[in-house]
Ligand binder design. Structure first.
Ligand code: NAP
Length: 251
């Protein structure tokens, strides 16, 4: 028996990085993957690869900051599958490296809209379906910077801190509906989102110095943690913070 056999799973931000790797792993574990993103071409390519490997995947365009788009996406998934067992709220943006006084309100609002409101909307819409079909697992991708502050990244840190505490509030409310809600807190992971930072040798070396295990993380380091939270193996976990950071926040 595969770990996600026949589970209907929605993964946002699935066209790239952690989301794409998670989609491939979920499909290899028997899940039906609904891969959602604003990067349509890349998302369709990820789905084609999954299908070539014998998995089940469908691409759906979704801007996570739009409630209207969430409603349309959910209608399609329920028409196709009748249920949603797992939601990975993974879509996110960096938000820019600024001192606080240099953030414009527009920049701040955009980061909060994708990283925080996107998680709220996904949870709100999908939990409504999960409640009717007996429950499920919601996994919200936060960051180490949802646990501790970062210099020149306050909007990102604030949005990821919101994801952390929203997750706990949602877990308390939805436990009665058999819906588990957990957050994941990756450290520095080599993905397209982090590429600009990691290409700079000085910055890369600094980030490695901050990481006790002495290397930058990979999408593989994170995807198995997400798989565990999605599977029934984590049935007693809800409201928790799953930290996958090479020891950054252990200092
Ligand atoms: P990534 O490679 O940039 O993938 C994120 C995907 O989400 C991209 O395809 C992106 O499209 C998409 N996206 C952006 N805004 C969206 C929206 N409004 N609606 C739907 N999709 C949208 O990033 P990643 O590094 O894998 O990050 C995945 C998650 O992990 C994010 O929440 C991120 O904050 C978190 N995280 C990453 C790291 C790291 O070091 N990489 C560390 C901690 C936490 P565009 O390319 O157009 O933006």
């Amino acid at each position: 028996m595969k770990r996600l056999q026949d589970k209907a799973t929605i993964i946002t931000g699935g066209s790239s990085g952690i989301g794409a790797a998670t989609a491939q792993l979920f499909a290899s574990e028997g899940a039906q993957v609904y891969l959602c993103d604003i990067q349509d071409e890349k998302g369709n390519l990820v789905c084609e690869e999954i299908i070539k490997e014998g998995g089940k995947a469908t691409y759906l365009h979704l801007d996570v900051s739009s409630e209207n788009e969430w409603t349309k996406t959910l209608t399609k998934v329920v028409d196709l599958n009748g249920r949603v067992d797992v939601l990975v709220n993974n879509a996110g943006i960096g938000g820019g490296l600024n001192n606080i006084e240099d953030y414009s309100v527009d920049q701040w609002d955009k980061t909060m809209a994708v990283n925080a409101t996107g998680v709220f909307l996904g949870t709100k819409c999908v939990a409504t379906v999960m409640r009717k079909t007996g429950g499920g697992s919601i996994i919200n991708i936060s960051s180490v910077y949802g646990l501790v502050g970062v210099n020149r990244g306050a909007s990102y840190s604030a949005s990821k801190g919101a994801v952390r505490i929203f997750t706990k509030a949602a877990s308390v409310q939805y436990s009665a509906d058999n819906i588990r809600v957990n957050s994941v807190h990756p450290g520095f992971i080599d993905t397209p989102q982090a590429a600009t930072l990691l290409r700079n040798k000085e910055v890369r070396d600094h980030l490695i110095d901050l990481t006790p295990v002495g290397r930058i993380g990979t999408v593989d380091d994170v995807k198995y943690g997400i798989l565990y939270l999605a599977s029934d193996e984590s049935a007693y976990m809800t409201g928790s913070e799953f930290v996958i950071d090479g020891g950054i926040t252990a200092r």
